[in-house]
Design a protein. Structure first.
Length: 241
């Protein structure tokens, strides 16, 4: 086990992924800091906030759950909200299964814990096909995931302990949104991707009034449907040599 971890750590793709995530990590860190502050200011004790940050490791669901915790909402509402916000990871994991489905279950569970939106986008940009450089895929995943985890947890913990000194009015969480937006735009390389992205944006705005952040799920479903329809009715023509 230790030799396998050391080999992954020394792999060139581990360092490559970590290096690619460094710039994005600045936005993630800002988002994590704000989330740490928000957890304490919503009424959670420091130990509970630390536990939530380390166990949940999902910024969107944490921020969605905090107002419900503060208002004393029923537990089923809290769970339903977190579940709906994180449904996008079902799509992510279904795609990752084609790359890591052969691994032992315990290892796949650990991959699931460290999986994040930005890591998914970066990974799919690096390995668009499951059979492409298969030996490089796991080290690349761990390189990006490790940096993302540290970029989130360290500022979040700082925010938890310094909640009284960091005003939420700074709006640092928007930096995380910009980081995600910049990386997502780099993937829009053809007509189908642009159309799917546009449909997702429109659907998210149109469904913004839905409860439990269901507009995120609506946007994902609309983008997938648009992409499939585009592939079926208007396939991209292959470039001629």
């Amino acid at each position: 086990m230790s030799s396998s971890i050391a080999a992954t750590w020394r792999h060139p793709e581990f360092k490559n992924a970590a290096r690619e995530m460094m710039g994005i990590g600045l936005g993630i860190s800002a988002w994590g800091l704000v989330t740490g502050v928000a957890m304490v200011k919503s009424g959670l004790s420091v130990p509970l906030a630390l536990l939530m940050s380390l166990v949940v490791f999902a910024g969107s669901s944490q921020l969605a759950a905090l107002p419900l915790l503060a208002s004393g909402a029923p537990m089923w509402v809290l769970w339903a909200t977190a579940f709906c916000v994180n449904l996008r990871f079902v799509i992510f994991s279904a795609q990752w299964r084609m790359y890591f489905g052969h691994l032992p279950r315990l290892q796949r569970l650990s991959l699931g814990y460290f999986a994040a939106d930005l890591n998914y986008v970066a990974f799919m940009r690096r390995f668009p096909e499951p059979k492409q450089q298969a030996s490089d895929q796991l080290p690349y995943f761990w390189g990006g995931a490790s940096w993302t985890w540290m970029s989130w947890q360290v500022p979040a913990i700082i925010g938890i302990f310094a909640a009284d000194r960091v005003p939420t009015e700074w709006g640092l969480g928007f930096a995380g949104v910009l980081a995600l937006l910049g990386l997502a735009l780099s993937l829009l390389k053809d007509r189908n991707a642009w159309v799917s992205g546009g449909v997702a944006c429109c659907a998210a705005v149109a469904a913004y009034g839905l409860p439990l952040r269901l507009n995120i799920l609506v946007a994902i479903a609309a983008a997938v449907a648009a992409g499939l329809l585009m592939e079926h009715w208007m396939p991209e023509q292959e470039a001629k040599p």
